[in-house]
Design a protein around this ligand. Structure first.
Ligand code: SAM
Ligand code: SF4
Length: 334
């Protein structure tokens, strides 16, 4: 009954990313349009349904759970859900409970997250310049996020900064971001912009700054030591010999990482996406709502994993965007 989740390419699915809301208090230019339409509340999984869903995945062998969104920490009563997941951390069933956040609510919630067994969090931060931060997030305030990051540190949480590499936007801050992370003892990961959702202001090629180029620029100042460590995802890591800090590169467009993929994603409406870069999905909300028993849900999960595609088709080569997805990152959960 509790056989682990293995897909057709012999990959064990041990990592679940769950988006708990499509809403956000920011409107990052590469992620959302300024006037997004959000889902009606009835469409969303309730906190109890999210608990059942995650607990079923954990029973089927998921060892790492990442809560994301939209902005997960703006969902009403979200700490009720984290407190529910804490039982899986205490029992040892879950190795890691973690969250990806824009940091705006961390002053309020960091201590409680730590109390729920969260040890590490990812905070998205693309610039350290107040005006540029306001420009890229449209609605965000840099000081609030920096204060949130301080609160996370005070609560004993390890912080990894995620920065999207954006051509003409934060190219000039490569060393400023790296130095700041070294001084604050945060790990730092750069992300290539992905073709998720239509935008009103810019095309993807306008925003795309290849991490190959970013890496070469880092090499002009630092000695990069490649680390063999892999997360089962698209990140590759180096250590900077001069500072000892760890830098990650998430390059879905320039590397193929799919062969070691160990993850699936569930949206806030209970759609399971087997692959971030494919339209293939399965509805888990219907079996969740059809019965209070978990058998139908488990069967739907297994059937979906049996259809997990081999990989994505993103490609920016030849100056066109291939593999463009119609859904936004805030929908699937980054
Ligand atoms: N709101 C939270 C945050 O910003 O960390 C969690 C959700 S957000 C969708 C997750 C991550 O996806 C963020 O690091 C964000 O920068 C990244 N992201 C959003 N849209 C993206 C895109 N089109 N390409 C690459 N990364 C993107
Ligand atoms: Fe919100 Fe995160 Fe998307 Fe920015 S990247 S708009 S913070 S969901």
């Amino acid at each position: 009954m509790n056989a682990p989740l293995i897909d057709p390419f012999a990959r064990a699915i041990t990592y679940l990313r769950v988006s708990v809301t499509d809403r956000c208090d920011f409107r990052c230019a590469y992620c959302m349009t300024e006037h997004m339409t959000f889902l009606p509340k009835a469409e969303l999984l309730s906190l109890e349904e999210l608990d059942r869903l995650c607990s079923t995945f954990i029973r089927l062998g998921v060892r790492k759970l990442r809560i994301t969104g939209g902005e997960p920490l703006v969902r009403k009563d979200i700490m009720t859900f984290f407190r529910a997941m804490a039982r899986h951390v205490s029992s040892g069933a879950l190795e890691e409970l973690t969250v990806t956040t824009n940091g705006s609510q961390l002053r309020k919630y960091a201590a409680e997250l730590a109390a729920c067994g969260v040890r590490r969090i990812n905070v998205s931060l693309d610039t350290l310049d107040e005006a540029k931060f306001a420009e890229i997030t449209r609605w965000g305030r840099l000081n609030q996020v920096l204060d949130g990051i301080r609160a996370a540190k005070e609560a004993g949480l390890r912080v990894k900064i995620n920065a999207v590499a954006l051509k003409g936007f934060n190219e000039d801050e490569l060393f400023a971001l790296t130095d700041w992370c070294a001084a604050e003892n945060h790990d730092l990961t750069f992300i290539e912009v992905m073709p998720m959702g239509e935008l009103e202001t810019a095309t993807r090629l306008d925003q795309y700054w290849s991490l190959k180029d970013l890496r070469a620029r880092l090499e002009s100042r630092f000695t990069l030591i490649d680390l063999t460590e892999r997360s089962g995802g698209p990140a590759r890591y180096v250590r900077l010999a001069e500072t000892g800090q760890k830098i990650g590169f998430i390059t879905p467009l320039t590397h193929n990482f799919c062969e070691s993929c160990n993850r699936v994603r569930v949206t806030c409406t209970g759609e399971l996406f087997q692959c971030l870069g494919q339209e293939e999905k399965a509805d888990l909300r219907a079996p969740l709502r059809a019965s209070s028993e978990d058998a139908a849900l488990e069967q739907a999960i297994r059937a979906a994993i049996a259809r997990k595609p081999k990989g994505h088709d993103f490609d920016y080569s030849r100056q066109k965007v291939a593999g463009q997805m119609t859904r936004h990152m805030s929908h699937t959960g980054g």
